[in-house]
Design a protein around this ligand. Sequence first.
Ligand SMILES: [Zn+2]
Length: 488
Amino acid sequence: MLILDKILISIIWHPGAPTSLFFEADQFLVFFVTRLIELVFTTLSVNIFILLLVMSIAADSTHKNHLRQAVITAANTTIQPIWTKSVLLTLSNPRLFLSKLNHQLRLPSDHLFSDISAQTALEKSDGNWDRVINPLASRCGTNITKMTAAFNTHIQPSFQACTTRKQSWRSWCSVLTWAAGRNALHLIMPMTLKTLKAMIWDMMSMLATHSVLKNIIDSVQSRHRRFQLEPPLSGPHSYTRFLKTLVTVQGKLQKLSYPIQKYMIHKLLTHKHTSLTEFRNCLATVSSTIGMFRPDTGSSLQSCDVLFNDDAKHGFLKFKGGATINVSHSKSDQIRKGHQIRLGRSKNPNKDLVYQLGLWMDIAKLRPRLGCTKESRKHARCPVCPPLFPKLQFGKSGQLTATANKMSASSFADMIPAALRCIGLNSSGYTGKSAKIGGMSIATEAHVPENIIWLQSGHTRKSSTPARGYIQLTDVSLLYKPFEAFGL
Ligand SMILES: [Zn+2]
């Protein structure tokens, strides 16, 4: 009875119901029957949709469970498997867990399990390679084999950025796990196109998205190249075509990132900060937007990378009160060519970013230290100066103080939505990318020449535009155009 009541109420309260009290009886009958059919159909289709969704999730988890069981059976070991939280079933200890199986199959262990994702000693030195190489060289001597091995360990991995290598290893662990469960460990190094297709099909049926599959394919391809084996996608354009086919079927989900807008920069600069954290977050967001840099660049900046009055000191007196930010290394500049970002002097003293950066360094005690090496070695990390936007922690006195530790790129990215929340804005949809997107968009809208935007944002080495690397502006004032676009 209750259900019948609900149906009647839903029919009578429908927006399409005849409103006049004097409608004809047959008009009401037609409306009543149509609405009843519509209601039954809607309820049924919703239920069928939910049923299909539950069935697909259940099928996916059953599929994954079957694979998990198959991996455990194939490994036939007392060692405990450690699973990651990835969409695809992935072992985080494949070398150990699959060692018995690998021993039985007599496969080259290096091809399957060598992991070069950790930062090398030379990479850790952050440009100061000449100070690190001597102890390493004295350990390996002058034996040719040992020197080749040293090159392979300490230099060869840098053919890819460390973050790319980490991603590649995670994806390769998924490949190893899949291969163990499908009795195909002997088929993955080298891998034929036939095996690649089977693997991708299997992974797609476990609901791996396009980006997950692309990482898998990239890890397979780059591993083959590393061991000088022919990759499964080796013909001309075969890699591009293969990925295009996948993306046509799957679609590509893009994470939403709104750009930081000009009025937000004005608000962030005039905001009355209540804590050191707020001050840091607001300044980091403003600097990243005007400087158009990514979170990994922002987190690597040191206080000695801010060169106050640099152009004025070099004779360009009209830029007194401005500053140059030295970016020694970024993801789009793996060769440490470096680039400089210009910050001008604001007309409104309450919105003066350069002044606020100086104030921030004084309050947080971040001014460059004695023995700073930046002047002579702009491309390398200075061993004595603190990060410009460091991690903060509570000191012994209970006061929040700056530490000497740099933030990770992801914590730096988190500062951007946090800064927007401090000025009372809804930060959903804003990410670490928002600053660079905002900065480049604002400069473009203000008709700053494209070449200047590329120079400011450090995109000087794109292979399609090698000429950018040769541009040396004779008129420095053009470099201040992106800053002027913010109207501060
Ligand atoms: Zn320094």
